[in-house]
Write a protein that binds this ligand. Sequence first.
Ligand code: CEZ
Length: 792
Amino acid sequence: MIQPVENGARLELNSPIKLPNASAFLWNRKMMVHMNCRGYTVAQFMQPEPSKYAHAPNLEAKTFMQPEQPYYAHHPGRFFYIKDEESKELFSAPYAPIKKPLDSYIFSAGKSDILWKIEHDGLYIEMRLSLPSNEALEQWSFTIKNNTPITRKISIYPYFPVGYMSWMNQSGEYNENLNAIVCSSITPYQKYKEYDRIKTLKDKTYLLADTVPTSWEVNQAAFEGEGGLHNPTGIAGIELLKGDARYETPACVLQYRLELEPEQEKTYRFLFGPAKDETEIADIGKRYFNDTAENGASGFDTVKQEYDNYISKGKGCLQIKTPDPALDNFVNHWLPRQIYYHGETNRLSTDPQTRNYLQDNMGTGYIQKEVARQAYITALSQQEENGAMPDGILIHEDAVLKYINQVPHTDHCVWLPVCLKAYLDETNDYGLLQEIVPFANTKKTATVAEHISLAMLWLYTTRDERGLNFIEQGDWCDPMNMVGPKGKGVSGWLSMGTAYALKTWAGICRNNNTIALAEEFSKKAAELNSAINTHLWDGNWYARGITDDNVVFGVKKDPEGRIFLNTQGWALLSGCADEEKSKKIIAAVQNELETPYGVEMLAPSFTKMRKDVGRVTQKHPGSAENGAVYNHAATFYIFGLYTTGHTEKAYEVLRKMIPGQDETDLVQRGQLPVFIPNYYRGAYRQFPRTAGRSSQLFNTGAAPWFYRCLIDGLFGLRGDIDGLHINPQLPKEWDRVEVLRQFRGATYKVNIQREAGISKTIVAVNGQILESPVITNIEKGIFDVDVRIPKV
Ligand code: CEZ
C-alpha cells in the first residue's frame, strides 16, 4: 500500500480509498499547505497573522491548526475535472470530487513537492504541487498524456474553489489581461481603527494560468448547478459560460479544450494564492511565466529549484542504518524535515506559546544552530524582571498575545534549561551564557546565565507550603485549567518539571564553572523531589496534582483519570523515583496506559466534566489531552526511560510512534509515515474502534524530543562539555547499526556492534582504542568510530 521510492526521499501511497485522510504538507516562511490524498486542502499564509485564501463555504471561526480536520464535499481543495468530449465520460483528478475508480493511482509525498500519478480510461495524468521558498503561492503543474491508440477530444477543467471569502464583500471575475481568475473580498471588521490594518491585507485570491483557457466560470453556484459537485452542470455544456461572482461565492474554474494524438501529452501550469491587487498578480505572472533565467529556465522552474534547495537545508545530524528499514527511512528523511518546519514557521503563529517556542527550537539546535541560539535570546529578552516567562513569545513587531496565551500557565520557565541543555550538548556554545540580554519593558539587562537563574528561582518560589508548584490555569497541559484558578492548586508534573529544570541547570552551572550555583540548585531540586515523594506518591505511581480544594487527583481511587503519564515520565527525569518506585511506575504505565499505538496520556479517559480538573475532561474521551496517545507526552516518557537506562521499554514505546508497523496498523492510524502526528486516538480500553486513528496534525513537540531520544538514548551519541559521549542503548534484537553523526564540524562514521565476552562499551577512533567512551578533541574531518557493546 505504501512504498518508499528514490532511496526514501519520497513515499508513495497506491490507493485513494484505504487511507482516505492520508496527507502530506509543504511550507515556507510565509505559508503552509496541507494536502490530503484526495485533493482536499487546508492552506494558510501569514500577513502577519495566519489567513486563508481558499475558504470553507461557510463562515469560519479563526483558530489554530486543527487535529482530525474533517473533509466534506465542498471542502477547499485543488481538483481537475476531465471530460471526454465524445463519450461524455467524466472523472476527476486526483480523486475527489467525482471519486470515480481510477485504473491506477499514486499519491507521492516528496520533501519539496506533492505529486499524483493517475490513469483513467487511457489518459495518464501527473499533477504536482510545489511552493516557492519565500512567497505565499502554490505552483501547480498538470500534465495529461494520451495512452490510447486513438486521438482523444477532451476538456480539462481546473476547479479551485475559493469558498466564502467575506460577509462584507466578495466577488470574482476572469481578467483577460492577467490570464487569471481574480476573486476579491474585504476581510470583515467592525472597529474603525482596524481599517488601517485591513487596507493592507491580501484580500484577493487568484488562479493564474500559463495558457489562455477556452473558457471559464467564476460563479460557484452556476458551475455546480443542479448536477452537484459529482456532475457539475457547468461542465455539461460545450463550453463554460464565462460567469462572474457578484457578492456570490466565487470559484476558479477554467476550461481547456484539446485534442491529443496517441502518445501526445500536454502540460499546463497554474499559480494559486493570495494577492493585494492586480498589479501584484501581474508581477507574479511575469516572474513565473514570462521571465527566463540566463540558463533558459522559466521563472516557474527556477523557483521550484530554489525551493528544493531551501528544503534540503533542513538536514539532521544523524543518518542511520539499522535492522529496521522503516525506522531508518523515517529518521533519515522525514523527522528532520518536520523539525525544520517547526523552526522555520513557529507553527504559523506570531506569538508561539513559550514552551512550544523553546522546544521547537530545541529541535532546531540539531539543524540550524544559529537560529536556535537566537531563539533563546529572543525568548529571554521577553522575561520579566522577577524571572517569570510570558505565556507566549512575540516574534513579529505587530504581534500580541492571543487565545491560549491570555490564560496564565506556570510552566514556561521549565523549558529554558531543559531545552538549552540539548543546544549546549550539541554546540558547546557556553559563550551564549555570557550574552547580555534585556528584560521585558525595562532598561535592565543581565547575562543569559543570570536570566535563567532568575527563572529557576521564580519556579522555586512559586510553590505552596507543601513545596509543590502552583498551577494556576494550566501547565504543560493547556486545558487543565481548573485545578488551581483560586491560586491554591498545585501541579505534580510541574513540581517534577521544576526539579528536573533545577537539576539540569545545576549541571550547566557546573560545566560553566559556577560551582556554588550548581550546588544551590541541586539542593533545591532535592527539596522538590522530597516534597513530591511526601505528597504525591500513590503506592504504584505518582498523582498528577492537588486541586484548589486539596483533592489529590490522578490516583488509584479515581474512576476516571486514574493515572497520568506526565507524572511518571518526569518522575524518572527529576530523580524523585528511586529504583523501586521506577519499577512500579513502569509496570503501572504498561498495565494502564500502553496500547499497540503507543502510550496514552491518561486513563481512563474522562467521559464527563470534572470541574476541579477542567476542560481537558470535556475533550472527547481518547482525543487530544483526554487520554490520546499524545506523542509529545509519550516522548517525555521515552526520554525518561532512556535517561534511566530502561533500554528495551524505551525502544518498544518509541517504535510505536511511527505509523505502519503492518497494513492493519497503517489503515487503523490512517496516516503516512512522513511525520509524527500530535496524537493517535487513545481510550483503547474504552473505545477500541477509534483507537490509533491519527490526528493528521503535524504540529507537535514530539518531533524534537523524538530526535533527542535517538541522539541521547538509542544511539547514545550525545555531546557534552568534554566531547562526544558514546553510550548506545540498542534493543537486544539488534546486533549491529551504522550511524553517520555530524558533530561540531566533525563527521563520525560510527559502527556499533555487539561483541561476546566484553562487559562494557569499547570505543576506537580510527583504530585507536579510547580509555573511556568519550571522544575528546573534536576536530573537523571524517573519522571511523568502532563501538563494541556487550552481547545480551
Ligand atoms: O496545544 C498544545 C500546545 O500547543 O497542547 C499541549 C501543550 O503543551 C502545547 O503547548 C498540551 O496541552 O486545548 C488546548 O488548548 C490544546 O491544548 C491545544 O491548544 C493543543 C493543540 O493541539 C495545538 O495544536
